[in-house]
Design a protein. Structure first.
Length: 430
């Protein structure tokens, strides 16, 4: 039977304090416990207390992971006595597929619900993929020395846009202000959709919306076989950076630090301005009927549509917040401070910060099953995090700055768009 007397335990603590340099604390502790007056203190090797604790933790680990049939149960999660432990048995493998070069930076991508994929590059090349092959491609806009090019993309399978038929509809927008739509082998263009770059595109059912550097939001349709804007709203003094189409209406965010809500009901399109950020608003996402915005002012804010005051203000990042992705009960933010915030919409403080990047993070995205979070940015490494343990489980060196990453809605494929002219599919196998 193993015994540990109070004298032995006190002496372990006393020796630990001396070895770690806490001389005064050791003196006080030794005086109160009368260690030095006890002739039966044991002779111990250096770091005895730490070694005993480590062995105890190892035994606890074995106890929690023992399996009568297979011995020790496999677990890839780190074990710590300071945080609750959650076993993770999966091991991740990444198999990269390099697609055909687009001969310029691939800056944007989007998936359709049926698994079709579209990419846009800075040399104005818009491509539809039947992976791993190119299904079709178009040159859109004016190629300005392989810079800027495609600035907005959208794709929707089984889309009713433009006519009564349902088919995959693809939208491309450019830095020169051109808007392009294709469906059922038909193509439509608006050469001057906006005055300047179009950087926000939303395609949802019959509704196609765009936002540009001119501060305008436009609604488009097909009339007499032409792409026409049926409604224009002058909303912002700065560029519109993102657009969402929601059941109650349309919401935009801008470089001027404001959001605008366009009410669908009543039908007069009443506009409500939300002024709440002190810097450019980079992105907005919807989560359970609420809107989350992220900004250069380092904050995230949660809004109710058409309400001027935010429901919550989230602090924690120290530099610009550039991207947001939502899961069932949490959401993630990627920041130029090289950290990823994990948040609950009910709390003002982060649940956790994931640390592993060394440079600004441009993009984050949750997997279909919401157990993995992918991140990428200026350091050329795509990282995969297990959101249950908040641990980095795999990474892949792209070798180029990462602009956007998107998980497929149908499987565990991760699409990476970067300054490498080849779109990259990371086939993630658990």
């Amino acid at each position: 039977m193993i015994t540990l007397t109070s004298t032995e335990l006190n002496y372990l603590v006393y020796r630990y304090l001396i070895e770690e340099g806490y001389v005064h604390s050791a003196y006080v502790f030794g005086h109160e416990t009368m260690i030095e007056d006890n002739p039966s203190v044991p002779q111990l090797q250096r770091d005895a207390l730490k070694n005993y604790v480590i062995k105890g933790v190892e035994m606890e680990y074995v106890e929690k992971h023992s399996n009568m049939a297979t011995g020790i149960r496999k677990c890839t999660s780190k074990y710590s006595i300071s945080t609750p432990h959650m076993c993770i048995e999966q091991e991740i493998e990444i198999h990269p597929i390099y697609l055909d070069s687009q001969e310029s930076d691939v800056s944007l991508c989007a998936w359709a619900e049926n698994g079709e994929m579209v990419t846009g590059s800075q040399n104005c090349l818009l491509r539809l993929w039947n992976l791993p092959n190119v299904k079709k491609e178009w040159r859109v806009g004016i190629n300005q020395n392989n810079a800027h090019g495609i600035t907005g993309v959208a794709i929707e399978s089984d889309s009713p846009f433009g006519d009564s038929t349902r088919a995959t509809t693809i939208v491309g927008a450019t830095h020169s202000g051109e808007l392009f739509v294709t469906k059922n082998e038909k193509e439509w263009k608006a050469l001057h959709g906006h005055r300047g770059p179009i950087v926000a595109v939303s395609l949802k059912g019959n509704e196609l919306l765009t936002g540009g550097w001119d501060g305008l939001c436009k609604k488009w349709t097909i009339e007499n076989n032409s792409l026409v804007d049926v409604k224009t709203w002058p909303l912002h003094k700065g560029a519109i950076m993102d657009i969402l189409s929601l059941d109650p209406g349309i919401i935009t965010c801008s470089a001027d630090g404001t959001l605008s809500c366009i009410n669908k009901y009543p039908s007069d399109g009443q506009i409500t301005k939300l002024s709440g950020h002190d810097g450019e608003i980079n992105s907005i996402v919807e989560m359970d009927g609420r809107i989350i915005s992220c900004s250069d002012d380092t904050k995230l804010k949660i809004w109710q549509f058409n309400k001027k005051e935010p429901l919550n203000v989230l602090n924690g990042h120290t530099q610009e917040v550039y991207s947001v992705s939502v899961a069932k009960n949490i959401f993630a933010s990627g920041s130029f401070d090289a950290t990823i915030g994990i948040w609950s919409p009910e709390r003002s403080e982060a649940l956790n910060f994931l640390i592993g990047h060394e440079k600004p993070i441009y993009t984050v995205d949750f997997s279909k099953d919401q157990t993995l979070l992918a991140s990428g940015g200026l350091d050329p490494v795509a990282k995969l995090w297990d959101i249950r343990s908040n641990e980095l489980v795999k990474e892949f060196d792209i070798g180029a700055a990462i602009y956007q990453i998107k998980f497929s809605p149908t499987n565990n494929s991760l699409l990476v768009c970067s300054s490498d002219p080849r779109p990259i599919i990371l086939d993630i196998r658990k």
